[in-house]
Write a protein that binds this ligand. Structure first.
Ligand code: GLV
Ligand code: MN
Ligand code: MN
Length: 394
């Protein structure tokens, strides 16, 4: 089966009425996708295992002696109301490429594996790439398992409720048997279309992070409290959003999630919690950006007799993909090389082993939204490129 057909099998899973997808870690939709992964892999004669972090891995030639494995894949979870391809395209393309290679009679010289990494988006517990961070030791099991979702349920409790043993979470030994990781992904941003290329190769990932801002003030009556007497935390929040917009020159700063307490139309809020996603082309620039936004938040809060505290919840340093591997792949495919502002499991694995990424043209560049798309012919071109890479490295 080709990647377009495999993706069509997923079209109804976690789909919202508006056409977007909500597939959060360990929710009903991702459980269905886990079962789908096992079935699709078994249909290709691959052996599926799952590590203590919920990462599923389908193996071809697991017993082949000598060389360590070539790992492919991506993730099947999404952001809330995301698109159909961020994640699933990489998993479906890897399975389609293996189907094609098997049908052609090609035999690998090393084990080839396809991963479905758990909770790449961090849409439920707030930290991105939890599955790959746990597997590589980039986050401790204690820190990860105690993260809570919006209902107050911890990751450990959620995993236990899904029949997993949280005590098994942590550094995954199967990664020691992997030599290369190559993740194919839908392009996020628009560079390939104007440059007339269906497939590109990643050079680097911008450093990025998620920061929680807690603004606190005095709740009070919306009608009875004179404007001059208020300690309204919403004002400092609003000023901080504008400051982020102003300070993110050549960088990215986004407040995409906010919670207001108590959340009553006729009450002045007592607290506003908002999450900043910040990214820049270098770590000092990212640090300066976050420090600048924090300073403006503190200044605005002090003006109103309110307070703000800021906590980094998830940070990822700059990633420069393995030079030799990316030049080898770009040369093989005659494909352009481009950086990305998006985060990926490949960025986490890059700290441990040579890692590369292929991007498939996204005509509008829209991602993390229902409009995310790729032309079927470009999806086929991505599979063809990945197939060439597997022949080269496998
Ligand atoms: C994941 O897609 C991210 O860039 O946050
Ligand atoms: Mn994403
Ligand atoms: Mn992704």
């Amino acid at each position: 089966m080709g990647a377009n057909e495999l993706l069509a099998e997923l079209a109804a899973v976690g789909r919202n009425p508006g056409g977007g997808y909500t597939r959060l870690a360990w929710d009903g939709a991702t459980m269905t996708l886990r079962e789908w992964f096992v079935g699709a892999a078994a249909g290709l004669g691959l052996e599926v295992s799952e590590d203590g972090n919920g990462n599923q891995v389908a193996w071809w030639g697991a017993g082949l002696p000598g060389n360590r494995a070539l790992l492919l894949g991506s993730h099947l979870d999404s952001v809330p109301d995301g698109g159909p391809l961020d994640g699933p395209l990489g998993v479906a393309s890897a399975l389609a490429a293996l189907a094609e290679l098997k049908a052609s009679g090609w035999a690998p010289s090393r084990p080839i594996a396809v991963a479905n990494f758990s909770d790449e988006e961090g849409g439920r517990f707030g930290v991105a790439c939890l599955g790959s961070r746990l597997a590589t030791g980039a986050i401790t099991p204690d820190a990860a398992l105690s993260l809570r979702d919006d209902d107050g349920t911890s990751l450990g409790e959620v995993m236990a409720a899904r029949g997993r043993d949280p005590r098994a979470a942590g550094v995954a030994s199967w990664l020691d048997d992997v030599e290369y990781y190559v993740e194919l992904h839908v392009e996020q941003g628009r560079w390939l279309a104007p440059n007339d290329a269906a497939v590109g190769v990643a050079s680097a990932i911008w450093p990025h992070g998620r920061y929680r801002f807690d603004f606190c003030g005095q709740g009070n009556h919306a009608g009875a409290t004179a404007m001059a007497d208020r300690h309204d935390p919403m004002l400092a929040y609003a000023a901080t959003v504008l400051a982020a917009r102003e300070l993110a020159t050549g960088a990215r700063a986004t407040f995409g999630r906010v919670r207001v307490g108590p959340g009553s139309t006729n009450s002045i809020p007592s607290r506003v919690t908002a999450w900043l996603d910040a990214r820049a082309d270098a770590e000092p620039a990212l640090e300066a950006l976050v420090a600048g936004i924090t300073a403006r938040a503190q200044w605005a809060a002090a003006e109103d007799g309110t307070t703000v505290t800021v906590k980094a919840e998830s940070t990822t340093g700059a990633v420069e993909f393995d030079h030799a591997l990316r030049h080898r792949i770009a040369g093989l495919l005659d494909a352009p090389v481009l950086p990305t502002g998006a985060g990926h499991d490949a960025g986490i694995l890059a700290a441990k082993l040579p890692t590369a990424m292929l991007f498939v043209r996204n005509p509008t560049g829209v991602s993390h939204a229902p409009e995310e798309s790729a032309e079927p012919a470009d999806i086929d071109a991505g599979v063809a490129a990945l197939t060439d890479v597997i022949r080269e490295l496998g």
